[in-house]
Design a protein around this ligand. Structure first.
Ligand code: ZN
Length: 518
């Protein structure tokens, strides 16, 4: 396997009929600087000129009057590892302006990553892709199904070796999902040990922390400690305060992060623009006493009751889908607690569990997080998501939080979608409009851009994203995918992963369908 250097940069003076000149755009360059009018020329997959440019004879031109030209959006937390290979056009992704999506979040990644990369190289997608190495995936490689305990020193050595292997294959860092089944049994020590391995290779520690509910503050402290002890940059996944007891405490939460940042912890976070999360039924009960009425009742209370939890998918009884636990309890003449326990038992009997949407975040917290300069936009969605964030995240921020609510300026929102995630990943030539950068570009109408996906119709496409280019090739044109598949594989420091030889198909994480998407 070869880790190639970045693609060759064409000579900037070279002009040919293959070049494209985008005229009369308002440029949001990704740095947060004010918009400015200008023309942009692309050639050979790169931006080669910016300014007052006139078309060359025979050159293709595109009049972008009234539109904003921004760098393509980089979605650092995307769950398309299984679904993108089956939908390479990725319509729900490119239609929101995503040009690069990063998989392997929440502790789960394809195993081994090299095989998944080969698969994506053999069948490229419309978008660029990169991946983290998942802690839970690596943990199971070391412990098998005997993971409900702390790892032995010998097992941690094995995890370190596997982490090194995945970093060498091109992983962007280590992801964890310490609130989920496999990751939750890991001691802090274990995570520090393997995060150190990722750090040596220039990786990032991206984490779904141990608790996003009543113990959110303790979980944040653990995350910061891991970052400090492993000397690794931290990406806090989908920052939220997800239960009644911690709602409204964003200022306090932010304060802890600010002081860590002042001490030198390289801490960034991402946030999706919704007040509801999507996960599995068991995540609701933090002490794992799923059939203990006391534990269950306290857990449901912490989310504001069973009316805040909606079943989206339950294979043993499909009629439950679309109903809240409160509704199902009433229909079955049970208490909410007993209904929850019944769902657990029916699920266990069928070796599955319900997928749920929990509505438990409040707008003032979401707003406070989005207004921090160290918080970026990410979807936590992906191709075929059951949550509307899978198709709506980026247009929703631009339409709702920028245009309607004025929480953010347009240049700042664009920065949070482009150069900030690129900075987190250590990429210098994406996420920005400047000469020499890759021509991952989005043209959108700031007056109309908005999401249309809902919980009832999560794949409804957004409006207002007019054209999307990946490596200089148009993949989205006025409401339709073009069919082009110019996506590349991107690794640490933005290197294009060049792969030699072949291995078998990647195994997908065994619990990928039920875990890892809160
Ligand atoms: Zn998560």
């Amino acid at each position: 396997m070869l880790l190639g250097s970045a693609a060759s940069v064409p000579s900037y003076s070279q002009k040919s009929p293959q070049s494209l000149l985008i005229l009369n755009a308002q440029i949001a360059d990704g740095t947060g600087a004010p918009l400015y009018p200008g023309n942009v020329r692309t050639l050979g997959g790169r931006i080669v000129a910016i300014g007052k440019l006139a078309p060359e004879p025979g050159e293709s031109t595109l009049d972008a009057r009234g539109l904003v030209l921004a760098p393509g959006f980089i979605d650092i937390h995307n769950h398309s590892e299984q679904t993108l290979p089956k939908d390479l056009a990725a319509e729900t992704q490119v239609s929101q302006g995503i040009t690069t999506l990063i998989v392997g979040a929440d502790g789960e990644s394809p195993w081994p990553l090299a095989s998944w990369f080969h698969q994506m190289q053999d069948h490229p997608a419309a978008v660029n892709v990169g991946s983290f190495a998942g802690h839970a995936t690596i943990r199971q490689q070391a412990m098998g199904n005997d993971f409900k305990r702390a790892a032995t020193p010998q097992e941690i050595r094995v995890m370190e070796e596997r982490t090194r292997q995945e970093m060498n294959a091109g992983a962007l860092g280590l992801s964890s999902g310490l609130e989920y089944e496999v990751g939750s049994y890991a001691a802090t020590e274990e995570v520090v040990a393997i995060a150190k391995i990722a750090a040596v290779s220039g990786g990032v520690y991206m984490t779904h922390i141990r608790d996003e509910a009543d113990k959110s503050f303790e979980a944040l402290q653990e995350e910061i400690a891991i970052g400090e002890r492993a000397h690794i940059p931290v990406e806090h996944s989908h920052i939220k305060l997800g239960t009644v007891n911690v709602q409204g405490k964003a200022a306090e939460y932010i304060q802890i992060i600010e002081s860590a940042r002042k001490r030198g912890v390289d801490f960034l976070a991402d946030c999706y623009p919704y007040d509801a999360w999507h996960s599995n039924l068991k995540v609701v009960v933090p002490d794992k006493q799923y059939e203990n009425p006391k534990s269950v009742s306290a857990a449901l209370e912490s989310y504001g009751g069973g009316s805040h939890i909606t079943i989206t998918e339950f294979s043993p009884n499909k009629t439950y889908a679309g109903h809240t636990i409160a509704e199902l309890a009433k229909a079955n003449s049970l208490s909410e607690t007993d209904m929850y326990i019944r769902l657990i038992r029916e699920g266990d009997a069928a070796h599955t569990e319900a997928l749920i949407i929990g509505q438990s975040m409040i707008e003032s917290d979401i707003k406070a997080f989005y207004q921090q300069p160290w918080v970026m936009v990410a979807s936590d969605g992906g191709v075929n998501s059951e949550h509307p964030r899978g198709a709506g995240t980026f247009p929703r921020v631009l339409g709702l939080y920028v245009r309607e609510k004025h929480w953010l300026t347009l240049p700042e929102a664009i920065r949070k979608m482009t150069s900030l995630p690129a900075q987190r990943l250590g990429w210098k030539d994406r996420g920005v409009i400047r000469i020499g950068a890759f021509a991952d570009l989005v043209l959108f109408d700031p007056a109309t851009v908005i999401d249309r996906s809902t919980f009832a119709d999560p794949a409804a496409l957004s409006t207002g994203i007019e054209k999307v280019f990946v490596n200089g090739v148009m993949v989205w044109d006025s409401g339709k995918p073009t069919g082009a598949r110019p996506g590349t594989l991107i690794g640490s420091k933005g290197a294009i992963l060049g792969l030699a030889g072949k291995t078998g198909a990647a195994e997908l994480p065994h619990n990928a369908l039920s875990g890892g998407v809160l």
